[in-house]
Design a protein around this ligand. Structure first.
Ligand SMILES: O=c1ccn([C@@H]2O[C@H](COP(=O)(O)O)[C@@H](O)[C@H]2O)c(=O)[nH]1
Length: 272
C-alpha cells in the first residue's frame, strides 16, 4: 500500500497521531536486557509490540543503529513491523541528501534494503537530489523544513526576499515537488508559531513533528497549530519519553502507558 494511504488508515484505525521513535541506547536498557546477545533487537521489538495499536507510525533513527553496528537488527525490526503489525508505516529517519547518482543508492538503502515506507531527507541540495525519492510514488518523502533543535533558527529563519527560508522550503515542496502527493515535512514541536505558518502554507500535507517529550514541546500548541481540518495531518513523534519511561523488567508496560498517555493527550485537543 502507498505510504500516504497506510498513514491515513493508521490515523483512523488506531485513533492516533503518535509516531513511536526507535532510538536504541543500550546504556538505558533495563539491566536484564543489557547482556542479551541481541539486545537492540529484543528491546525495540518489545517496544514495538507494546505500542503498535497506539501508533500511526514507527520512526527508527538510523544513526542509533549504525553506531551500534546494529544495521542487521534494524532490517529485522522493520521486517517484524511489516509481518506482525501490517499497515503501520515505518519512517526511516536518515536525513539523507546528496547528488543524484548517490541519491539513487540512498533510495535503494531506504526502500529496498530496509523496506521502509518513508524516509526523512535534507532538501538543501535541491530538487535533483530529491527526485529519485519522489519518483518512488508509493513511498513517503519527508523533508526537513523547520527542525526542533535550538539552532534551527540559525539558517532556517534567515530572511530571503521578505520571508524566512523555511517558508520558501514549505511552499516549494508543497507547490512544485509534491506532484505524486507523497511529500511530508518535518516541523519541530518546539517551534509552534513556525508550525502554524507551515500548516497555513501547505494545505493538508502531513507534518512529522518531533520535539514532544524529552525536548519539551507543548502537545496542545502542536495539535492546535498543526492539525488539518479533519483533525489529522500530524505524525507527532516521541522517542526517549516512550522508550525509557521505565527502567525495570516492566519497561514495555511503562512504554505502553507513556504512548497511551500521549495519544490521549493529543486526542483531547483534536477537533473532529
Ligand atoms: O527536527 C528534528 C528532526 C528529527 N529529530 C529526531 O526525532 C527524534 C526525537 O527524539 P526524542 O527522544 O523524542 O527527543 C530523534 O530521533 C531525532 O533525531 C528531531 O528530534 N528533530
Amino acid at each position: 500500500m502507498h505510504f500516504m494511504q497506510s498513514l491515513q488508515a493508521a490515523w483512523i484505525r488506531n485513533n492516533s497521531l503518535v509516531c513511536v521513535g526507535l532510538d536504541p541506547e543500550p546504556a538505558k536498557f533495563p539491566v536484564h536486557l543489557q547482556q542479551h546477545p541481541d539486545a537492540v533487537f529484543e528491546f525495540c521489538r518489545t517496544i514495538i509490540d507494546a505500542t503498535a495499536d497506539l501508533a500511526c507510525s514507527f520512526k527508527p533513527q538510523i544513526a542509533h543503529f549504525a553506531a551500534l553496528r546494529a544495521d542487521d537488527a534494524l532490517e529485522r525490526l522493520i521486517a517484524h513491523i511489516h509481518a506482525k503489525h501490517p499497515g503501520i508505516p515505518v519512517i526511516l529517519d536518515a536525513k539523507r541528501g546528496d547528488i543524484g547518482s548517490t541519491a539513487q543508492h540512498y533510495v535503494s538503502e531506504a526502500f529496498d534494503r530496509y523496506a521502509a515506507d518513508a524516509v526523512t531527507l535534507n532538501p538543501y541540495l535541491g530538487r535533483d537530489s530529491v527526485q529519485p525519492f519522489l519518483d518512488r510514488a508509493d513511498k513517503g518523502v519527508i523533508l526537513l523544513c523547520h527542525t526542533s533543535n535550538p539552532g534551527a533558527a540559525d539558517l532556517q529563519d534567515l530572511d530571503v526576499g521578505g520571508k524566512p527560508l523555511y517558508q520558501h522550503v514549505a511552499q516549494i515542496i508543497a507547490r512544485d515537488w509534491n506532484t505524486h502527493g507523497n511529500c511530508a515535512l518535518v516541523t519541530g514541536a518546539t517551534w509552534p508559531e513556525q508550525l502554524a505558518e507551515v500548516r497555513a502554507l501547505v494545505g493538508d500535507v502531513p507534518l512529522l513533528v518531533p520535539g514532544i517529550g524529552a525536548q519539551g514541546g507543548d502537545v496542545e500548541a502542536v495539535v492546535r497549530n498543526g492539525c488539518t481540518a479533519d483533525g489529522t495531518g500530524l505524525m507527532i513523534s516521541s522517542s526517549r519519553a516512550i522508550l525509557y519511561a521505565g527502567k525495570g523488567e516492566d519497561f514495555a508496560e511503562a512504554a505502553r502507558k507513556a504512548a497511551l498517555d500521549l495519544r490521549d493527550s493529543i486526542n483531547h485537543y483534536r477537533k473532529r
